[in-house]
Design a protein. Structure first.
Length: 168
């Protein structure tokens, strides 16, 4: 199986990343099958690749111990997500307050990803809200945290290439 068949949860392709993993061909076959269906049983995987169930179980456990497999997640077909409000929130945060700000904001249920950046806006949040009113409540409460000196909220109004995870 080719690496370009692998699907990562937040990227259309992660083949280049997979080339750097310390795995052999059998591990790659297991990863490929799990990337298509994380609920696939060890017995079905074993049958598909021609090894025993115990071999598959050991390989998965070993990759989990090494941190190659971090977990199994649910991917939603988010056709309904287009009714949501997706935003990117750029924050300028004083360095001495960054840890406190990040801890407070990342606990918000609607924040789906947070990144540290190398620009004046040194924190980037990706979020999805059920409505503009919910977004406004977030802005009113969270963007007034001590240490945030400036912010920029960009609302997604359309997509040229959709995110596999959010559907937007």
């Amino acid at each position: 199986m080719e690496n370009d068949e692998i699907q990562c949860w937040r990227k259309e392709s992660c083949a280049g990343l997979l080339d750097t993993l310390p795995v052999d061909d059998l591990d790659m076959k297991v990863i490929n099958l799990l990337s298509k269906n994380a609920r696939m049983s060890n017995v079905d995987i074993a049958s598909e690749i021609g090894v025993s169930e115990g071999t598959v179980r050991r390989r998965i456990n070993e990759m989990a111990k090494k941190g190659i497999i971090e977990g199994f997640i649910l991917l939603l077909d988010c056709k309904e997500a287009q009714k949501c409000v997706k935003v990117f929130v750029s924050l300028e945060v004083d360095d001495i307050h960054i840890q406190n700000v990040v801890e407070q904001i990342k606990s918000h249920d609607q924040i789906i990803a947070m990144y540290r950046t190398n620009s004046r806006f040194n924190v980037l949040c990706e979020a999805m809200f059920r409505s503009v009113i919910e977004l406004q409540d977030f802005i009113d409460k969270y963007l007034m945290i001590d240490g945030i000196t400036d912010s920029d909220v960009k609302m997604v109004i359309g997509s040229y290439k959709k995110c596999l995870w959010t559907g937007i």
